[in-house]
Ligand binder design. Structure first.
Ligand SMILES: Nc1ncnc2c1ncn2[C@@H]1O[C@H](COP(=O)(O)OP(=O)(O)O)[C@@H](O)[C@H]1O
Ligand SMILES: [Mg+2]
Length: 278
């Protein structure tokens, strides 16, 4: 009998040695990290985001060419450097990308700029879909978001529930269908606090907002006051100087116009012509 008890006691000790320490719950681990240092809390918050593995071929078909470096990515890498330099020099963190009319290439440029930035490991970027009448980023990325950017901006979902993250430094808040009242939504009184909260928790170097066109609705202007600066995308042979001028004047009442990007320019010598006027 004693022998059996001895054997049982030994087995218990062996089991206890073999068992790993009980796992800390995720909130407890995050709390400990936050107490350790704010930088660590930010790292933890990024690591906790759902990940996104984009299909390079699908992106290429949509002219998103910056997933890897090289000749095709080079014009966007130049744009990235100019945007980063200007934003750093002015302590700007929020960039909107808009255009006078639809289909000038805003979303294409947003994604190219986003993936180009993701290749700089020390830079964190958040890209938000704000063309809430005609969202396209989710489709181009081949994603169906669980929660949308619109829900985040209305306080109905947390950024962490909506975000899809590439490379641990590029997070997307997407939309999969149009909303009914974009201008009212983008003018929401809760938005400044929601954006400030996202910045406090994720410390992005840049937030890029893929905006609606300016001359079609007042959606873009409803949000213009929330951003530090704007890139205006013009379509070669389609956008007129008068349209650019109208948009620049209107935007200047609310924010800083960083520059005009001339897109789809056949005379640039490359298939994907981009030219940037700071
Ligand atoms: N430089 C370019 N050359 C040729 N086609 C382009 C170029 N940039 C964008 N496009 C195409 O033009 C269409 C509209 O682009 P998109 O980025 O969705 O515009 P927006 O977001 O301004 O509405 C897409 O089919 C896109 O692939
Ligand atoms: Mg678009």
């Amino acid at each position: 009998m004693e022998k059996i008890q001895e054997a049982l006691a030994k087995a218990r000790v062996a089991r206890a040695d073999a068992q790993p320490a009980p796992a800390r719950s995720e909130p407890q681990a995050m709390l400990e990290a936050m107490q350790a240092s704010p930088e660590m809390a930010v790292d933890t918050a990024w690591l906790a985001l759902s990940s996104l593995s984009p299909d390079a071929d699908l992106l290429k078909k949509s002219r998103v060419l910056t997933l890897t470096g090289g000749q095709d990515a080079a014009p966007f890498d130049v744009m990235r450097t100019k945007v980063l330099q200007t934003m750093r020099a002015n302590k700007w963190r929020r960039l909107a990308i808009t255009s006078p009319t639809a289909a000038c290439g805003k979303s294409t440029i947003t994604l190219n700029l986003g993936f180009s930035l993701s290749r700089q490991p020390d830079i964190r970027t958040i890209v938000a879909e704000l063309d809430l009448r005609r969202p396209s980023l989710a489709r181009t990325l081949g994603q169906k978001p669980a929660r949308t950017c619109a829900e985040v901006l209305q306080g109905q979902a947390d950024f962490a529930e909506a975000a899809l993250c590439f490379n641990h430094n590029l997070a997307f808040a997407l939309a999969d269908s149009a909303v009914r009242n974009p201008a009212e939504l983008l003018h929401g009184t809760g938005i400044p606090a929601i954006l400030a909260d996202i910045e406090a928790r994720y410390a992005p170097d840049l937030m890029i907002f893929d905006m609606p066109p300016m001359l079609v609705s007042d959606d873009a202007m409803a949000f213009a006051g929330q951003v530090d600066c704007v890139l205006l995308v013009a379509e070669a042979e389609a956008t007129t100087v008068k349209e650019i001028d109208t948009c620049e004047r209107e935007l200047a009442t609310q924010t800083n116009v960083m520059g005009v990007v001339l897109n789809k320019c056949r005379f640039m010598g490359k298939e994907y012509g981009y030219s940037y006027y700071g």
